[in-house]
Design a protein around this ligand. Sequence first.
Ligand SMILES: NC(=O)c1ccc[n+]([C@@H]2O[C@H](COP(=O)([O-])OP(=O)(O)OC[C@H]3O[C@@H](n4cnc5c(N)ncnc54)[C@H](OP(=O)(O)O)[C@@H]3O)[C@@H](O)[C@H]2O)c1
Length: 244
Amino acid sequence: MKVLIFGATSAIAQAVARKVAEQHGELFLVARHSETLKIIADDLLVRRASKVGQAVGDLTHQEKFTEWVDSAAQFMKGIDVVLIAHGVLGDQKELEKNGDLAFDIFNVNFISAALLAEAAAHYFEKGKRGAIAVIGSVAGDRGRQSNYYYGSAKAGLEAFLEGLRNRLYPHGVGVVTIKPGFVSTPMTAHLKQNFLFAKPEKIADGILSAIEKKKDVVYLPWFWRWILLVIKAIPECIFKRLKL
Ligand SMILES: NC(=O)c1ccc[n+]([C@@H]2O[C@H](COP(=O)([O-])OP(=O)(O)OC[C@H]3O[C@@H](n4cnc5c(N)ncnc54)[C@H](OP(=O)(O)O)[C@@H]3O)[C@@H](O)[C@H]2O)c1
């Protein structure tokens, strides 16, 4: 399998990359910290990846998106899967006060991820095959006072991916929206861990299985689908009174 990963330093992305490497797959990694990226790439080669290429850059630099996809396609002589994994949680209270920070949260979690998916779509639709997997979040299912900046960016991303999936379906290209619940990664290191937290390796298994089974939307682990079904069923007149 030939996999291009945006946000390759993310803990979840690294877990996916390790599994691809163990199956002797080929990888092209894009992230903004060159030293971390090099350490990850070296480790993947030790784990028997056939090939690991890299590009360094901030994923909000839109002018580079097509170039990164083309570089990956050239390096691996084709791409089977594009995984878009970067994201920022942000501090809700800070975001309420600082419009610049809020802009960045929307930019990283929505605009950058959506436009990278579009760049991948342009590549795949020519070949009439391929899969675009994008990590959203259960937080996008309902706006809550504790994280509605992050949540609304992920909700916007999910709607974008729905439209993209609809557009790409006749071209034989899949779009998988990955919706994890809590995962133990640097993003959630400040939160008290409990039984609802999953390990990145478990989420990685779910991501690869969803791609293989050509799923459209997947909650990871599976039980979040039922939790969110209940949360979404709460009428707004009650929901607005809850401290969530
Ligand atoms: N952890 C959870 O509970 C959870 C739950 C639901 C969804 N998710 C989603 O899962 C995905 C992966 O997150 P994670 O849990 O693996 O967290 P993580 O380890 O903190 O990874 C987040 C990654 O995003 C990268 N990033 C942020 N802004 C960037 C930018 N402008 N340019 C390039 N890279 C940028 C970070 O790069 P640096 O290392 O360079 O900062 C980091 O590698 C995210 O989309 C997140 O929203 C996570």
